[in-house]
Design a protein around this ligand. Structure first.
Ligand code: MN
Length: 440
């Protein structure tokens, strides 16, 4: 098997598919092949695995019924066709990689499978996408030092970064039950709000609702309870990545977070994109893990030669469509952009640290990377940072502005990878609309 991170024939930028839309510019060319779970919209069909190709979904259950592959690729296809991807995730890297190679060949221009296109393809516009996996546990990290510093500065101007930051991949345990796939809207949450001064807290709808621009990382093969995953093996336990919006109620957060960290400010909604881009698809976009000179090296269990080239250059964007924009037929506006390459910690370091105490990781567990803010102020991945704690409203054009989100706002995360000589791949989008708070 080729090592993790190696590129192969599936990344050849010259490859074209017999699915015509896959050859046009877009997120889902033949070089990507992200996995998801879908059924035809408006039906009560069982959900099953699919692969995004151009503007279509390749139906993996229909494909499996034709028994087109043998060996590990056939085993991978049988797992990928199921109503959730947990079994494929749990099987580890070998069947997933074999399936990728087989799918790349089967979808290539001139492949005989093209004759069966009508039975195998569903237009994405006619597909309902579900959560790709049953998420057992959700852990949200804090891996962008630029985000940690900017947020810390709002609370502690003289001492923005806490002393543990450069040593520990900081995280909190989130709530898996509130993770929903893109397109599922949610009401503005209520919670305890603390007025300034001596006034007691009140229960009310949050007035400082924010988004967080993150990536999600799905755990593949699980770990053994009591046994840490060495860093050099960590990527064998990672399945792939998605976009993740960790919606946050900043006023609730400010009152509740001490001493135990985030609780109800974070667990009312988390939105993920439906397509999971595998580590194999991301291989051409690996890059050096950048640490400025003079910064401490990680402890040995979090350091190694593979990890020093284990960052991924994934461009991330936040877009906002207000109700006014929708009514006026105006397009969404981009609020900021950043890159996962600026993260202080890699996904592999997050997984290894998570297991260092013997904590068991299971297939389909989700690790959030934390808000990915870049070094420049306009690269901030949350409104908290962009508006400096709500003090400097963000102008949206046509007289609209925001400090925090209003009812009717739709936040859209997008992401993708660019590199000269390599075919662009993308993540699609993760979006949801803020609905008015439910009556008390
Ligand atoms: Mn977060």
């Amino acid at each position: 098997m080729s090592p993790v991170g190696a590129t192969d024939a599936t990344h050849d930028p010259a490859l074209e598919s017999w699915v015509p839309s896959a050859n046009a510019p877009g997120d889902f060319p033949l070089q990507n092949l992200p996995f998801g779970v879908f059924r035809r919209k408006g039906t009560s069909e069982e959900f099953r695995g699919g692969v995004a190709i151009g503007d279509q979904v390749l139906d993996l259950a229909a494909l499996a019924a034709r028994t087109p592959f043998t060996g590990p690729a056939a085993a991978g296809l049988a797992l990928a066709a199921q109503p959730s991807l947990n079994a494929l995730m749990g099987a580890g890297a070998a069947p997933r990689r074999a399936l990728r190679v087989a799918l790349s060949q089967a979808l290539r221009r001139g492949a005989p499978l093209a004759a069966a296109a009508d039975c195998l393809l569903v237009p994405q516009a006619h597909a309902e996408l579900d959560m790709p996996a049953r998420v057992g546990d959700f852990t949200d990290f804090y891996a962008s030092i630029h985000h940690a510093t900017a947020v810390g500065r709002l609370f502690r101007p003289d001492n923005p970064l806490l002393p543990n930051y450069k040593w520990i991949p900081i995280a909190y345990h989130g709530r898996a039950s509130s993770i929903r796939v893109s397109g599922v809207d949610f009401p503005r949450p209520r919670g305890q709000l603390k007025p300034a001064g001596d006034a007691p807290p009140v229960l009310g709808a949050t007035q400082r609702l924010d988004y967080e621009l993150e990536l999600g990382v799905y755990v593949g093969a699980g770990s053994i309870p009591g046994a840490a995953v060495p860093l050099r093996e960590a990527e064998d336990h990672l399945f792939g990545m998605c976009l993740l919006n960790d919606w946050s109620a900043r006023d609730v957060q400010a009152w509740e977070y001490q001493p135990l960290g985030p609780f109800l400010a974070k667990n009312f909604a988390t939105t993920v994109s439906p397509w999971v881009v595998t580590l194999e698809a991301l291989a051409p976009f690996r890059t050096a893990l950048r640490r400025p000179d003079g910064e401490p090296a990680p402890l040995p269990y979090l350091d190694g030669p593979e990890n020093r080239s284990g960052a991924f250059d994934i461009g991330l964007e936040v877009w906002l469509e207000t109700a006014t924009m929708r009514r006026a037929g105006r397009p969404a506006v981009r609020l900021s952009h950043s890159s996962f390459a600026d993260s202080w910690w890699t996904a592999a370091q997050m997984l290894t640290h998570h297991s260092v105490n013997g904590c068991k990781l299971r297939p389909g567990d989700l690790l959030g990377t934390g808000t990915q803010s870049g070094p420049a102020p306009q690269e901030a991945g949350s409104l908290l940072e962009l508006t400096r704690g709500g003090r400097e409203p963000l102008e949206l054009g046509d007289g609209e502005s925001r400090t925090f989100l209003e009812d009717g706002d739709r936040v859209i995360l997008r992401g993708g990878c660019e590199r000269p000589g390599v075919r662009h791949i993308g993540f699609g989008e993760a979006s949801a609309t803020v609905l008015p708070a439910l009556p008390a």
